[in-house]
Design a protein around this ligand. Sequence first.
Ligand code: GRF
Length: 216
Amino acid sequence: MAEKVRVAVVISGRGSNMLALSEYKRRDPGRHYELVLVASNVPEARGLVLAKRLGIKTWSMRHQGMTREEYDAALDAVLVEHQVELVALAGYMRLLSTWFVEKWEGRLLNIHPSLLPLHKGLDTHRRALLAGDEHGGCSVHLVTAELDSGPVLAQAKVRILPRDDAESLAARVLEEEHRLYPIALDNYALALRESEGNQSSLSRSDGEGDRGGGAD
Ligand code: GRF
């Protein structure tokens, strides 16, 4: 069986999505990913405490006093050190530098609490209510240089009720986030392994062609 895709979750706060990713994997070890690291720019983040309890390696470093590039280089180094293949942002409240996003392009996922492309950025639930939307929701997407604008991998909708305020809507959307993110990450990890398998069988058949040519 193919090795599990090594995933780092990058957080700044409570870490409930990180916990959901971990629980999904714990319930069925046959999933295609494993959490090898939880990293944070906030050393006192609640999610780091949870990760330690779960026995997942953690890393944290404050970003204050560093340029964005310096900080992202430190983050990148720890990801490389842990042979991370996919990075799952989950409540990481900091913009990433362009070089980091480009380096991890196609391997950097995020969950956003809106139905993208609606309501990019912060304060999404209040804006969905103000806009009179029928639905709120969440999106798992690939991260690209432009904020919350990368290709959407999966979405879940939540009906907005007449009595909703931003808090009640956020709570129902969060439940959907916890369902959606693990499935989307697992699917993406599987697709990654499948694409690697295809590439290696392609290069094997190229190699055989070369050998055949040489023997003639
Ligand atoms: C979630 O609502 C997520 O969509 C957003 O930040 C929040 C993080 O929550 N990007 P948690 O730290 O996973 O509990």
